[in-house]
Design a binder for this molecule. Structure first.
Ligand SMILES: NC(=O)c1ccc[n+]([C@@H]2O[C@H](COP(=O)([O-])OP(=O)(O)OC[C@H]3O[C@@H](n4cnc5c(N)ncnc54)[C@H](OP(=O)(O)O)[C@@H]3O)[C@@H](O)[C@H]2O)c1
Length: 277
């Protein structure tokens, strides 16, 4: 191995990569990094307004990005996106399933007991995280099956290893995402091509719109008791920054991980390794 070979291992120049939830905090960071490393990127999100900021951040490389308003829960919308991407770039090398999240109404608290969580809010969380991962895998996975190659990267969570308090549907849904990652890895390798790989990352705690006011006080910005508890259970003593994900994402999308499929990689500052004692 020399530096030239090492660089080739991580080279994604010219790969076409789809990022759902691509205008979100983590998806947006991943999309910008992939374009910066030479990939063509399709940014899919139901709300495309924040894409202008991402395109500005990419500079001239934004020529290699397209933004498509897409609902990951609607197969027709996903197929329309796939058709547009194939028309522009000719193939689809990878899919990052970045759309996901929790719903405030599916979170227990002083005013919301588990027994009263509304079915609609619970269903919303399962739909977004589970179906919102499976349906894009059906549409873009079919293209990969035709090509006999491709890479899927799902986004799981610490909740998948051991559930966190207060978010029952989100925890169960992310456990489902990890389980589905293993299932699809086996299925696509055995039934279609061993050159189609499926993995996931499990981010630790990143401050984003969805969790900001669970973890920090809206008025003072101080850590809430839950935020404090997370930091004290994170050996690296900090929240993640979106760019902390990029190294693991590049590894799992590039030839560097050619013999890796069906795994869930924690990117968590040590949270999942720490017993708390
Ligand atoms: N932040 C963390 O600490 C953390 C930790 C572990 C795992 N994760 C996971 O990482 C992923 C990204 O999270 P994030 O923190 O970056 O959240 P985010 O900023 O809310 O990004 C999620 C994106 O998905 C979009 N989306 C929601 N429903 C959609 C649909 N039906 N079709 C298409 N797009 C849809 C959202 O649009 P709207 O803004 O319109 O809702 C948003 O742009 C999620 O799967 C999340 O569960 C996050």
């Amino acid at each position: 191995m020399n530096l030239e070979e090492l660089t080739r291992l991580y080279d994604i120049t010219g790969h076409t990569i789809v990022v759902t939830g691509g205008t979100g905090i983590l998806g947006g960071e991943i999309a910008c990094a992939l374009v910066g490393c030479g990939a063509n990127v399709a940014i899919l999100d139901r709300n495309t307004d924040p894409a202008a900021g991402l395109m500005a951040r990419m500079g001239p490389a934004a020529d290699r990005a397209i933004v498509i308003a897409t609902d990951v829960l609607d197969p027709a919308s996903l197929q329309h996106a796939a058709d547009q991407i194939l028309e522009k770039f000719g193939r689809i090398d990878a899919l990052v399933n970045g759309a996901g999240g929790n719903h405030p109404k599916s979170t227990t608290g002083p005013k919301a007991s588990f027994f009263d969580l509304p079915p609609d809010a619970l269903r919303w969380v399962f739909d977004l995280n589970i179906l919102g991962t499976i349906l894009p895998c059906q549409v873009f996975g079919r293209v990969m099956a035709r090509q006999q190659s491709g890479t899927v990267l799902n986004i799981s969570s610490m909740n998948a290893f051991r559930p966190l308090t207060r978010v029952p549907a989100y925890s169960a849904a992310k456990a489902g995402v990890s389980n589905f990652t293993q299932w699809l890895a086996v299925h696509l390798a055995q039934e279609y091509s061993p050159r189609i790989r499926v993995n996931a990352i499990a981010p630790g705690f990143f401050l984003t719109q969805q969790n900001r006011f669970l973890l920090t006080d809206e008025k003072t910005g101080d850590l809430t008791p839950r935020g404090q508890s997370i930091i004290s259970h994170t050996p690296m003593s900090r929240f993640g920054q979106p760019e902390d994900l990029v190294g693991a994402v590049l590894w799992l999308l590039s030839p560097a991980s050619a013999f890796v499929t069906g795994i869930v990689v924690p990117v968590d500052g040590g949270f999942s390794a720490f017993s708390g004692v």
